[in-house]
Each structure stands twice: as structure tokens, then as C-alpha cells.
Design a protein around this ligand. Structure first.
Ligand SMILES: Nc1ncnc2c1ncn2[C@@H]1O[C@H](COP(=O)(O)OP(=O)(O)OP(=O)(O)O)[C@@H](O)[C@H]1O
Ligand SMILES: [Mg+2]
Length: 236
């Protein structure tokens, strides 16, 4: 059984097809980066997996459960591309509130852990509305992962984070032993985080393989990996 099982998905918005027979299967414990130009369908894919959008056709299962079931919700950690914590609550209150809703047992320990790990301790009593963009993103990340989900659906997770925080978060993700689907436009992040990549364009898969292959092709052509990807993306 795949932990992320997304089969022949079609999704229309009006007459526009956002996903056109897209299949993404990820084994449990595996991590895949999802790459594609703006409007390719990355966020739509992630929202369907998170149970926020219904596909028009095709089948989706998360560890064998339909995405909008209670079972699936417990094992999913979802970070939307425009993630925002509750702006009028403090940093600590956000962690405590979301943690309580999720029924986390060791909530005090977890709250303190994330405050220190993400260097948010000095802001713990501050309202989120007063935080910098990067610190807001760090808190959103903590809220998405504090229940130790087995399946993580992360839409451009490291946007706005400073370089040391990116490093810390990637190390933490790698230790989690979870299944990851991560959308990003930044290849250096994809490369540090996952071995494999799926490239989509216009709602269709156009390339799937190891990041290493893209890198090697770049070296052969004396071009950057980004140039190789641009060429592939132009191919549809
Ligand atoms: N709520 C919506 N209503 C109408 N069209 C939508 C909606 N959400 C997405 N779309 C359309 O679906 C397509 C895929 O959008 P999506 O947000 O999944 O792209 P993306 O790959 O995440 O792009 P980006 O890199 O800009 O974040 C686009 O054509 C977009 O305009
Ligand atoms: Mg998007």
C-alpha cells in the first residue's frame, strides 16, 4: 500500500482543467519534491490530498483512508502555500490551542520544544500579527507538524525562512520517518530534502526521476539544473 495514492486525478475549475489525469504514488517513508511552473497544479494536488478539494474523477487514498476522514486527518500534516496562524493569538497560544484541538498529550513539552527549536522563544507572548513573515512561517510549520504526522503535505514550506532555520527544519524532517510530498520552486531545497522529483505542467506529469539525473544532465550540457528543468517544463 502507498502512503500517498493519487490515481488518475482530474480536477476542473469551470472549464479549465487544473489536473489532467495526474497520478502520484509515494511509498511510505519516501519523500518527493513536486516541481512545476506557476499554475501547473501543485497546490491543487496538495489540497486534494489534504481533503480540502474533491477531485472530479480518480481515486485518492492516504495510508488507505479517504482524505476527508477522521483517520486520515490524524495522520496528515498540511502546510498551505498561504499558511497563517491565528493573528490575534500569541505564538504560545497558537501552539497550545492547535495542540489541544489535536489532542496532543505532551503539549507543554511540545510547545516548549518548538519555541526553542524554531527560535521563537523571545516572541512567545507576542501576537502573531506583530511577527516578521519568516517567523510567522516557522510557527505555521510547527502547527503543521507538532502532532507528528505520518504523511506531510507541504506547499512551499521553507519560503521566507532564514538559511540556518532551513537547515534545522530539513534535518528535523529527515528524522521524522514520515512520507513527504513537498512543492517548491527552489531546487537547492528539493535537493537537500528529497532524492526524487516529479515535474508537472498544465496538470500533467511531464518528468519523474531522481534529482541526481537532472544534475548529471546539467553537468553534461554545461548548464545549471534549473536550466535543464526549464527545458523540460517547456516541453508541453
Ligand atoms: N479556487 C480556484 N478557482 C479557479 N481556478 C483555480 C482555483 N485554484 C486554482 N485554480 C487554477 O488551477 C490551476 C492550478 O493552480 P495551482 O494553484 O494548483 O497551481 P500551482 O502549481 O500551485 O502554482 P504556483 O506555483 O503559482 O503556486 C491554475 O490554472 C489556477 O488558476
Ligand atoms: Mg501553488
Amino acid at each position: 500500500m502507498y502512503c500517498i495514492d493519487f490515481n488518475n486525478i482530474k480536477k476542473y475549475f469551470g472549464n479549465n482543467v487544473a489536473l489532467n489525469d495526474l497520478t502520484i504514488n509515494i511509498n511510505c517513508g519516501e519523500s518527493i519534491s513536486l516541481i512545476g511552473p506557476n499554475g501547473a497544479g501543485k497546490s491543487t494536488t496538495i489540497k486534494i490530498l489534504a481533503g480540502l478539494l474533491e477531485p472530479d474523477s480518480g481515486d485518492v487514498l492516504i495510508s488507505g483512508y479517504k482524505p476527508n476522514t477522521e483517520e486520515a486527518k490524524k495522520i496528515i500534516g498540511y502546510l498551505p502555500e498561504d499558511a497563517s496562524p491565528y493573528l490575534t493569538l500569541s505564538v504560545r497560544e497558537n501552539l497550545e490551542y492547535l495542540g489541544a484541538l489535536r489532542g496532543i498529550d505532551d503539549l507543554n513539552y511540545k510547545t516548549d520544544f518548538f519555541l526553542d527549536f524554531l527560535k521563537l522563544r523571545e516572541y512567545e507572548r507576542n501576537k502573531v500579527s506583530s511577527l516578521s513573515r519568516g517567523n510567522r512561517q516557522k510557527l505555521s510549520l510547527a502547527l503543521a507538524i507538532m502532532h507528528e504526522p505520518k504523511v506531510l503535505l507541504l506547499d512551499e514550506p521553507l519560503n521566507y525562512l532564514d538559511i540556518p532555520s532551513q537547515e534545522d527544519v530539513i534535518k528535523y524532517f529527515k528524522k521524522m520517518n514520515s512520507t513527504f510530498l513537498v512543492s517548491t520552486h527552489i531546487m537547492s531545497i528539493a535537493e537537500r530534502f528529497t532524492d526524487n522529483v516529479i515535474i508537472i505542467n498544465k496538470g500533467q506529469k511531464i518528468w519523474e526521476g531522481e534529482i541526481k539525473q537532472l544534475k548529471n544532465r546539467g553537468e553534461e550540457e554545461n548548464a545549471s539544473m534549473e536550466a535543464v528543468i526549464s527545458e523540460i517544463m517547456g516541453g508541453l
